[in-house]
Design a protein around this ligand. Structure first.
Ligand code: CDT
Length: 357
């Protein structure tokens, strides 16, 4: 009884921390490391608080004609299931409210803007926030964001268990192209419709741990995970829309695409000793197939839950954030082992520079 009260008190305490301003660059996380015992043992004795039942809420296709309300209804059904299964966090895909519209070439800015959200939550998304609050489930999902200044981003948010937005991420690695490309079997116009994210890869203190986000193509870049790893991240949440065929290499089909998707998420988890929750929008969308393969990878890089369909499907796992500690203290104790004096090229150079002949 006493232990339960203590846990409840600590959860409430974490709710206070959740209110932290996520745009504040003075966030203490960036100054913290894993060096001190007090860091590593800060939740010692209250391990339940560090266990989070996570629902990876894969979504099947959303067609061009489908409304936001229809997408939200489906997300709420997944949230109902998450509640039944005891989840306290539900992670939804990239651009969860609409079809993956960057496959369509558009010139009219007014038409383009119809795919974007001007407020979050807005009237159409509020029911999702209301249900999440009712259930006490934190949520993370992706959407196209149009800021009051008129800037367009591919964005994800994270809420606490009271449906307050406590974290935001704007996609940094935008794949594809900005003009119509006749060479491709289908278009991928993210560079046309979005700006590269301007928030970096922040890590947030919430839910008793350290949480970060990235979006789809970001998962293929080791720098994504490492920048969050350097802030001690314990769970990386990401959504994706990945075509089942490579538009520039027809021979590369869904088996290869799934292999690459798993490979990068598992290695990102292992190399940073962090949980990774990767969630697809899958299935035949507007006539174009998207892979499924949503998964939860543990800090050892192993898959502990995986989707088996290409439809709306919840994958669930109880993730103990303390499982991150061993790797962070040993083989991936960055402070002891990294050799930054040899990593200069990583930040000074984008393209390849061959050695002299
Ligand atoms: N949404 C997204 O980022 N999809 C990309 C497809 C790249 S093909 C131009 C991905 O990396 O899965």
């Amino acid at each position: 009884m006493m232990v339960n009260s203590l846990v409840k008190w600590l959860v409430n305490l974490s709710g206070i921390v959740e209110g932290e301003d996520f745009t504040n660059p003075a966030c203490p996380l960036v100054r913290r490391g894993w060096g001190s015992r007090s860091d590593l043992n800060r939740f010692e004795g209250v391990t339940d608080m560090r266990k989070i039942v996570v629902g990876g809420a894969q979504m099947g296709a959303i067609q061009k004609a489908d409304t936001r309300a229809q997408a939200i209804d489906r997300m709420i059904v997944l949230l109902d299931e998450a509640k039944t299964l005891g989840c306290t966090l539900a992670v939804f895909p990239e651009l969860a409210l609409t079809t993956f519209f960057p496959r369509w070439y558009m010139e009219d800015q007014a038409e383009i803007d119809t795919w974007f959200e001007r407020e979050m939550p807005g009237p159409e998304t509020q029911p999702l926030f209301d249900r999440a609050k009712q259930y006490g489930i934190a949520i993370s999902f992706g959407y196209a964001e149009l800021t009051p200044e008129g800037l367009h981003y591919n964005t994800s948010i994270l809420t606490d268990r009271k449906a307050n937005i406590v974290g935001k991420y704007r996609k940094i690695h935008l794949p594809g192209h900005s003009e119509f490309d006749e060479e491709r079997d289908f278009q991928h116009l993210e560079k046309r419709y979005f700006l590269p994210g301007d928030l970096g890869f922040p890590v947030y203190r919430t839910l008793g741990g350290l949480f970060g986000m990235c979006i789809c193509n970001d998962r293929r870049w080791p720098e994504t995970y490492r920048v969050m790893g350097l802030q001690g991240v314990e769970m990386v949440m990401l959504g994706y829309n990945t075509p089942s065929v490579n538009s520039q290499k027809p021979g590369e089909g869904s088996a290869d695409r799934l292999f690459h998707s798993k490979l990068v998420m598992q290695s990102g988890a292992y190399q940073n000793s962090s949980w990774v929750v990767g969630v697809a929008k899958a299935g035949l969308e507007d006539g174009f197939p998207l892979i499924g393969g949503s998964l939860i990878a543990n800090p050892d890089g192993k898959v502990v839950a995986e989707a088996t369909t290409e439809g709306d499907e919840l994958i669930v796992h109880e993730c103990d954030l303390d499982d991150c500690t061993f790797g962070k203290k040993t083989i991936f104790d960055f402070a002891r082992h990294r050799r930054v004096e040899h990593y200069e090229r990583i930040t000074k150079q984008t393209g390849v520079q061959l050695p002299p002949l």
